[in-house]
Design a protein around this ligand. Sequence first.
Ligand SMILES: [Zn+2]
Length: 444
Amino acid sequence: MSTTATDPRAGSDPYLPGHGDARYDVVHYDLSLGYKVEGNRLDGEATLTLRPLVAAEELHLDLHGLQVQKVSVDGRGQKASHHHGRLVIRCAARPGQQLTVRVKYSGKPRPVRSRVLGGAGWEELEDGVIVAAQPHGAPSWFPCNDRPDSKATYSLSLSAPPDYTVAFSGELRETRRRGNAVTWVYEQAVPMATYLATVQIGRYELVEHPGTLVPVRSYVPARTDRAVLAETFGRQPAMLTFFSSLFGDYPFPSYTSVITEDELEIPLESQGLSTFGRNLLDPAWESVRLIAHELSHQWFGNAVTLRRWQDIWLHEGFACYCEWLWAEESGVSTVQEEVDRHHGALAHLEQDDLLMVDPGPELMFDDQLYKRGALTLHALRVEVGDAAFFEILRRWVREHRGGGVTTDMFLEHAQHVAGRDLSALFGAWLERTALPPCPRRTGT
Ligand SMILES: [Zn+2]
């Protein structure tokens, strides 16, 4: 069978072939899950409220590695087939309708594998679970329309053994004990992209970090050294206050860090929650910068989210620049010192394969993209001055929080706020591969 750009089997984002269906939007996911840690067994019922955008005779959902028992649409059993991670539901969909799709499913969840991007999603730890779904792992644990430009609200209830904590990218409403299980009930009322939904299950202790406007908490392994915790994750209220002063109010009701008993290769942001390995319980700058990086994604990535993965620099370049802003604020180094150091390092590398506006799935999480993205922002700051630069960032968040963006939208926005043509600057940094000169204020 051949596929074309309009064939839903091709998926809706060229960086994630076979994921997402652009013919409809999900407005709400209601997930009712039961999980047995021993044996890694998930039993789920997902109720999706969705709105068709065009007329269609079938709808495609993404669900990998799990078995579907039953599908209904608006309460009536519906024919469906499930192959290669695509659940195809035959039903007449018309724009203007609202449909309720219910999927009963179960199995042993595992990461979604991609040849280029590796594994992402539901992952067993030594004793518990993390979900690190960026960018293609959401279908490892719930049926979804896996595209970053389709944001929805969520309800989650998850039953797990009583000695485990269940964290979710949302607000805890209640816990209920029944028999030998505790049900954790969460809500996410701020629209969230599928890849930013996460569940974390482990034997954690809860630590509150007071000192800022919203609750900031960490779930930590038992016997975590509290002095080290204070020097690392204990800095988050100060970081949150600082970033709020630059970019506007923190965009969600709370912020949670989950620190796993296992060491993890990289930390990862989800909505209102980030996941770190215990190896980041270390007061060295290398840990602290990543704690600042993940927190800043709450503004750049989670509140304001790319519509297509090729624009990943709008998340990673911004979060990397936030590391440098925190370095200066906390007295580690100045932003200009970080700019000089990283520009110098990039200048030693081949520059002919990374195009910021379309890096390809192979390079979308490459460190060069992070650093060059941050340098692009500094070049903008030097060009327009501090007042206009921070006004650009503040208004960017204010105008787009809860929604989706593209690089073109950022360029237009920056030019509009600055009141001048910036196409030469952005062209050099984003649309060509050669590295422009190091951005520096005149006289520095
Ligand atoms: Zn990041």
